[in-house]
Design a protein. Structure first.
Length: 174
């Protein structure tokens, strides 16, 4: 598969933004993240939105009132990262209400519910996230936020490839 130079450059820019954020140079980090949100590939832009919001808050700039599913998703993920789980679920639920078919919203809701101990809710959202984007199966398997679900056979069923790690297609329970 050929290397996507634009994606590689965006990832490098994102990493530079993270460095500025870690060194508390929120102004420079915000500049980088703003550019990535506007021009970067979708996956990098989504991650940049989360960090942009965090830098905005840390820099003391009053963030805009959330209006879109994307705004609520960013706020929800930021709260999830801070382990403010009730607020994360609140924001992510608002995002889901606005755009119920966005897999990244369902995935984040699954993580928040897993960490809160709401296993049935977590499985409902994780199953939906995998149905919307099968690659979430692999991501969830390696995501520490789902550790509370690891001992549940439903988790193994959702995240395990049919026929073992290298075999067959995805097992679908949907």
């Amino acid at each position: 598969m050929p290397v996507d130079e634009k994606h590689v450059a965006a990832v490098r820019s994102f990493e530079a933004g993270l460095q500025f954020e870690q060194h508390q140079n929120y102004r420079k980090a915000r500049e980088i993240f703003e550019k990535l949100v506007a021009e970067g590939p979708a996956d990098v832009a989504d991650r940049a939105r989360v960090h942009l919001r965090a830098c905005t808050v840390r820099a003391g700039v009053k963030p805009a009132t959330p209006r879109t599913a994307g705004d609520y998703h960013v706020m929800g993920v930021a709260e999830l990262n801070r382990r403010e789980l009730d607020r994360a679920v609140e924001y992510l639920s608002k995002a889901r209400k606005l755009q119920p078919k966005r897999e990244e919203i369902r995935y984040a809701l699954a993580a928040a519910h897993a960490l809160r101990g709401d296993h049935d809710e977590a499985f409902e959202h994780l199953e939906a996230a995998i149905a919307l984007r099968p690659q979430n199966r692999f991501q969830a398997r390696h995501d520490a936020d789902f550790q509370p679900l690891a001992g549940d056979p439903r988790f193994a069923s959702l995240v395990t490839l049919h026929g073992g790690e290298d075999g067959g297609g995805y097992r679908s329970r949907l």
